[in-house]
Design a protein around this ligand. Sequence first.
Ligand code: MG
Length: 385
Amino acid sequence: MVKQIAILGSTGSIGRNALQVIDALGPGYQVVALSAHTNVQLLAEQARRYRPAFVAVTDTDCAPQLGKLIADPDVEILAGPDSLADIAQLEEVDIVLAAVVGAAGLPAILAAGRKGKRLAIANKEPLVIAGELLRKETEKNGGVILPVDSEHSAVFQAMQSGSPEEVKRIILTGSGGPFREATARDIQNATLEEALSHPVWSMGPKITIDSATMMNKAFEIIEARWLFDMPVEKIEVLIHPESIVHSLVEFVDGSTIAQLGEPDMCLPIQYALTYPARVAGIARELRLEEIGQLTFAKPNLDTFRALSLAYEVARAGGTAPVVFNAANEAAVEEFLAGRIKFVSIVEFIEHCLNKHSIKATVSLEELLEADAWARREVTELACSV
Ligand code: MG
């Protein structure tokens, strides 16, 4: 049986890697739908190469240009924010690879989960914001969530060595980003250039900034909490600059199982597509003798306030995670545009969390409402500095 894949966000870094992985997997895997927000040039190029039945562009203004560029009667073009959900729910789709930046992909992922699809989730926001809802709805309808985030893919793989009740701790590793050795004082005047120079992973600007603030790791704590249904007290973070050990699971008998590999997103992408099978692919081979040494350290919680906030947010639940995420997205945008300081990102997030009155019950509507509130709050704060 050929597996039909819809890629939400095919022009981004994960999307492009996924297409390479699919190329290498051969005829057993087919691209049935692709989507992008505005990059119609690349989307059209991908459409000509992979001949998907559907192509979606979420920015409606870009649709006419995309139509001209593709000019293929066999490719149906959809436009607008809702087009993501349309392609994610297609009857012929087996696997939805969700790699849309931020929270924008959530309604589409939730819809696909309710149709019992396999969800390969690359961006963490949907799990951070609506992890519980997403997991319940997907499981109830016979679907499955496969993490593509490298740490969670590692945890998912290690978890297969025991049962969930036998897990003592989940240990998420993180490179520590460009400010790994910085003090809280050092990062006061961090520049955009410094924050964008990640030592190990080459990623888009939003996620690179998230890694500099360690908001990325903060989100991963919450993501792991929902993905693996583990109390947040059992989830820890370990700094590991080489990014070879992608995460670990300690079991009650004292055994710790880790997954190792070169820092290369192709491996977690491929595993999410082929699971439970393992097949030869394009991921780089790991040569530990060439690396020689692996190092580990505890994170500095004074520099990385985001980590402490993550535990508070995970415990609070309800609308707290959506505020945590939306405030971050808005603040990172302000920082990338040069309007606020690096340290203001986490300060603004903390301000929003303190001001927000958490709602315990979460419908999609309430989540979107809290999301919009936090974004407005950050914009106002940025204007007042
Ligand atoms: Mg990660």
